[in-house]
Design a protein around this ligand. Structure first.
Ligand SMILES: [Zn+2]
Length: 376
C-alpha cells in the first residue's frame, strides 16, 4: 500500500517497520510541538524548547507504537500470527498473516487499540496532574497535552470506517449478524470511504472559510482514509479468492530455459523480446543454476551485450524467494509483498518449475473471474 519501509527492530518477535512517509511526518510533528512549546512557554531557551518538542514527539510516536502492539499481542494471543507493525503518517498498521477466524476475535483485536490509547491518556493525565507542583511547568504541561492527544487518537480510531479500529468493530458486528465476512468487509469498507469523503468535504469547507492549514489537514486525512479503505478491501478480497489455491495453480509454468553460455544479446533477442517474461531460469545439464532477469541485463551497457555471457550476470538461486508447488497462495502473497524482487520461484527437487509475479497473479485473477462468472 505504501512505499518502502525500514526495519527498525523487533518486539516480542514482531518486526517493527517505519514507512518512508513517516520521516516527513516525524519532522512535522516535532516542528508543530516546537511551535506549541514556544508559544506557551516563552521563557524557555531554544535548546530547552527543541528538547521538549523532541521528547513530546517521541512520546507521541511511542504511544502510537504501544497502541499497535496492543493489537498485535492480542492477535498473537488469539493464535493469529502477526507479520509486522508499520508506522506511517499519523498512525500505524498491524499486518496479520491470516484473517481473524471469527467476529469475536476480530472484535477483541480491534477494541484493544482505542482502549490502550484511552489508558495511556489516563496515565499521562495522572502523571501530569501529580507532577504539577514537582515538575517544571513546560514538562507537566506537555505531558497533559499528550493525554489529550492519546484521547484524540482513541476517538479518531473509533470512527466506524474500515480499516480504522472502529471500522473493524463495525465489521465484526455485521459479520456476527450476517455470518458473512465478505458482506461485512464490503459494508465496513464503504463506511470507511464515506467517512473519508466527509473529511475531505470538511477540509474543503475549512479551506473556503479561510483556514488553510486546517483545511489541508482534514482533506489529506480524508483522502488517505478513502485510499486505505479501498486498498484494504481489495487485499481482503484477494486473500479470500486465494483461499485453498496453491502456488502451482497460479505460477507461470512450462518455462523456457536459457543456457548459461549464451551471450546477453542472444538472450535479449531470443527470449526477452520474444516472450512476455521479466526473468528466465538458467539451466545447465537439466539443473537450474540461476535466474537471468531483464533488470539485471539492463544494468550492463548495451554495447557489451554481444560479448558478455548469461552465466556472469545471472542471479544465484540462493538469493531468490523460493516456495514448493503445493505452497498455499495466501502465504505466497505475503512473500510476494515482502520480497524486493517482486517475484517468487516455485521449486521442486532443486529445479525451478514456475515463477509467480504480480502479473501472473493478475492474470490468474482475471481467469478466475471469467470462470467464476459472477459479477463482483
Ligand atoms: Zn488501532
Amino acid at each position: 500500500m505504501f512505499g518502502t519501509a525500514w526495519r527498525v527492530g523487533r518486539i516480542a518477535g514482531i518486526e517493527i517497520r517505519i514507512d518512508n512517509s513517516w520521516a516527513v511526518i516525524a519532522l512535522l510533528v516535532t516542528y508543530s510541538m516546537y511551535l506549541r512549546v514556544l508559544f506557551l512557554y516563552g521563557s524557555l531557551s531554544t535548546v530547552g524548547a527543541v528538547g521538549l518538542a523532541i521528547l513530546a514527539a517521541v512520546l507521541f510516536f511511542g504511544s502510537v507504537l504501544v497502541h499497535e502492539l496492543a493489537h498485535a499481542l492480542v492477535s498473537q494471543a488469539r493464535g493469529i500470527r502477526v507479520q509486522d507493525i508499520t508506522l506511517f503518517l499519523f498512525g500505524g498498521a498491524t499486518r496479520a498473516r491470516v484473517e481473524s477466524s471469527g467476529p469475536g476475535d476480530e472484535f477483541l483485536i480491534a477494541v484493544v487499540g482505542p482502549l490502550t490509547s484511552g489508558i495511556l491518556a489516563g496515565l499521562f493525565g495522572i502523571v501530569a496532574g501529580l507532577g504539577r507542583d514537582v515538575l517544571p511547568r513546560p514538562l507537566a504541561g506537555t505531558l497533559g497535552y499528550l493525554a489529550w492527544v492519546n484521547l484524540l487518537l482513541a476517538g479518531f480510531n473509533l470512527v466506524p470506517g474500515f480499516p480504522l479500529d472502529g471500522g473493524r468493530l463495525l465489521r465484526s458486528a455485521i459479520w456476527k449478524a450476517t455470518g458473512s465476512i465478505g458482506r461485512a468487509t464490503r459494508i465496513a469498507s464503504l463506511a470507511g470511504q464515506a467517512v473519508g469523503w466527509l473529511l475531505v468535504a470538511g477540509g474543503v469547507a475549512y479551506l473556503l472559510a479561510g483556514n488553510l492549514a486546517g483545511g489541508i489537514w482534514f482533506a489529506f486525512i480524508g483522502w488517505f482514509l478513502v485510499q486505505a479503505a479501498r486498498a484494504s478491501y481489495q487485499e481482503l478480497q484477494l486473500r479470500h479468492m486465494l483461499r485453498g489455491v496453491e502456488a502451482e495453480d497460479v505460477m507461470a509454468g512450462n518455462l523456457l530455459r536459457i543456457p548459461p553460455d549464451l551471450t546477453l544479446q542472444d538472450a535479449v533477442d531470443d527470449y526477452f523480446m520474444r516472450y512476455d517474461h521479466g526473468a528466465f531460469p538458467v539451466d545447465e545439464q537439466g539443473r537450474t543454476i540461476g535466474l537471468l532477469t531483464l533488470r539485471g541485463v539492463r544494468r550492463v551497457p548495451r554495447e557489451q551485450w554481444s560479448a558478455r555471457r548469461v552465466r556472469d550476470f545471472m542471479v544465484p538461486l540462493g538469493d531468490q524467494v523460493v516456495v514448493a508447488p503445493d505452497a498455499r497462495m495466501d502465504g505466497v502473497l505475503g512473500k510476494l509483498e515482502d520480497g524486493e524482487a517482486g517475484r517468487v520461484l516455485v521449486v521442486q527437487d532443486g529445479e525451478v518449475v514456475g515463477i509467480i509475479t504480480p502479473t501472473d497473479l493478475t492474470r490468474w485473477l482475471r481467469r478466475w473471474r471469467t470462470v467464476d462468472g459472477r459479477a463482483r
